[in-house]
Ligand binder design. Structure first.
Ligand SMILES: *[C@@H]1O[C@H](CO)[C@@H](O)[C@H](O)[C@H]1NC(C)=O
Ligand SMILES: *[C@@H]1O[C@H](CO)[C@@H](O)[C@H](O)[C@H]1NC(C)=O
Ligand SMILES: *[C@@H]1O[C@H](CO)[C@@H](O)[C@H](O)[C@H]1NC(C)=O
Ligand SMILES: *[C@@H]1O[C@H](CO)[C@@H](O)[C@H](O)[C@H]1NC(C)=O
Ligand SMILES: *[C@@H]1O[C@H](CO)[C@@H](O)[C@H](O)[C@H]1NC(C)=O
Length: 457
């Protein structure tokens, strides 16, 4: 809101300076009689040529200003990403703080100075954000509260004198306790992983992660992120991510853990070679292998992250005509649950309704198929949990709902109404992960995740 007004003022001020002075009519005409009696008239004309050079200059100035506005806008986007990184870093501070606590003799040294510098940077960022971001969205409201709380802690820490070790230790202990309580709370709600002794999904939590993508680019609307649903040894904490400005899939990034994901520090980047480029972004990682759709030939594809080898299988019945409602080319949707690996597609034979197919991991072939009653094009996305397919659709800009379920064990379908919040309207990847019973969504450039609650009766 500030920038356009600023722009207008800056554009106006040179304009004021150009107003020509039309004073020649009054005082700049003199008449006299010449030597041979003729009448001589002297007219002093002002500079009447069009001020092309000044207009040019003005155009350049306005171009520069537009560029400046662009740069500021881009900065805002990257602030959002940086904010998340800083929030994470502030959390990390508590860990370092507890380290300091355990060796109080060392705390006076460099580390505390670094802490203070980082905290000051964080404060500056917060005030920049306050000025440049729109506070009207509920997402930013809660972020603001968090920032304000963080700033409070920052201020408290900054007012502590280095010599006041007792107070610092007390504050550190409080922070530590808070962290511990958080962890306990998490453990309390930790569900029975792998247990399907329930009657399906009861509710979806509020989003538990909302974070802009690793490119810090809001234009990367199409993508996916998540964790391996059947991790190999040593990669239990790995996260994957990929995104682009179109529905085509060009690369995958791997992060060793959540912190590395947030800090955007990948340990491996797979640039997909020509011939294996993907589409639709409904990919997942299962058994250290990425399963995704390719279009030439139209088929299921996989990239084995252990061997870096690609492979594909055509599903003859699958059609490229039917996509989900939020993005193009989402013809094959991969899923993994407690029962294994699945792919969902629609066909001419199914008249656009979703078909569930079970994938045999070893042969990379289809070992079973089920016809559902959900029209693919009406669904926002779909996922599998405990052998049940759940399809989603939009309720409004910030609300999605699970509206349909199909149980592959009983061949029964159900109409449901399980709402959940989304940060932005459109999303390109939604899948369930049986290893942590969470839903992962790539929501128009943002990582979002949810806890799933099952109905245990
Ligand atoms: C006449 O024009 C000249 C040159 O543009 C200017 O410097 C001068 O002030 C003018 N004289 C009057 C009386 O306006
Ligand atoms: C900022 O908020 C105003 C008022 O709520 C809204 O009209 C506008 O679209 C918002 N701008 C952005 C960039 O979100
Ligand atoms: C911020 O602090 C207030 C008061 O201590 C507390 O009620 C609130 O839950 C905190 N909010 C966040 C997001 O931490
Ligand atoms: C499943 O849950 C029901 C009801 O809670 C219980 O009676 C039954 O023993 C459970 N079965 C298994 C295999 O855990
Ligand atoms: C991936 O490659 C490794 C090493 O070659 C192999 O052991 C594993 O079975 C492969 N996984 C899949 C799903 O193809």
């Amino acid at each position: 809101m500030m920038l356009p007004i600023l722009l207008l003022l800056l554009l106006l001020s040179p304009a004021l300076a150009w107003i020509p002075v039309h004073d020649w009519e009054s005082g700049n005409v003199t008449a006299s009689v010449g030597e041979s009696g003729q009448c001589v008239c002297h007219v002093y004309l002002p500079e009447t040529t069009f001020p092309a050079d000044r207009v040019q200059n003005m155009q350049q100035v306005s171009k520069d200003l537009i560029l400046e506005v662009d740069i500021q806008m881009n900065k805002m986007v990257s602030y959002e990403g940086m904010l998340a990184v800083y929030l994470k870093e502030v959390l990390d501070l508590t860990v370092r703080v507890s380290m300091l606590e355990s060796s109080p003799d060392n705390y006076i040294k460099l580390d505390f100075e670094l802490l203070r510098i980082e905290l000051r940077e964080f404060e500056a960022l917060v005030s920049q954000l306050r000025d440049s971001l729109n506070a009207s969205s509920p997402m930013f409201d809660s972020l603001y509260t968090e920032i304000r709380n963080m700033t409070l802690i920052v201020n408290q820490l900054e007012t502590f004198d280095k010599s006041n070790l007792v107070v610092i230790r007390f504050e550190f202990a409080k922070l530590q306790k808070k962290l511990e309580e958080c962890q306990k709370e998490q453990e309390l709600i930790k569900p029975d992983i792998g247990n399907c002794n329930h009657t399906g999904i009861m509710s979806i939590s509020k989003p538990t992660v909302v974070q802009v993508n690793a490119h810090l680019n809001a234009g990367y609307q199409y993508g996916g992120w998540g964790k391996d649903s059947k991790p190999v040894r040593g990669y239990e904490s790995m996260y994957f991510y990929g995104a682009y400005s179109t529905p085509s899939v060009h690369n995958f990034y791997l992060y060793s853990d959540y912190e590395k994901l947030i800090l955007r520090s990948s340990f491996k980047q797979h640039d997909i070679p020509n011939g294996w480029k993907g589409a639709g972004n409904n990919y997942i990682v299962h058994g250290n292998t990425i399963y995704y759709q390719i279009n030439t030939p139209f088929s299921m594809s996989k990239l084995n992250l252990t061997s870096s080898k690609y492979d594909y299988r055509v599903i003859p019945a699958a059609s490229q005509r039917f996509s989900y409602s939020y993005s193009d080319h989402q013809n094959m949707d991969f899923a993994a649950d407690e029962n294994g690996l699945w792919v969902m597609y629609a066909s001419e034979a199914s008249r656009g309704k979703i078909v569930i197919a079970k994938i045999d991991e070893k042969s990379f072939g289809i070992e079973g198929e089920w016809n559902t009653g959900a029209f693919k094009q009406l669904a926002g996305n779909a996922f599998m949990a405990c052998g049940v397919m759940y399809a989603t659709r939009s309720v409004d800009l910030n609300t999605e709902e699970i509206y349909y379920a199909f149980d592959t064990k009983t061949n029964e379908e159900k109409h449901l109404n399980i709402p959940f919040q989304k940060f932005q309207e459109k999303y390109s990847n939604l899948h369930y992960n049986p290893s942590d019973q969470k839903l992962y969504m790539y929501n128009n450039g943002y990582y979002v995740s949810y806890n799933v609650r099952f109905n245990k009766e």
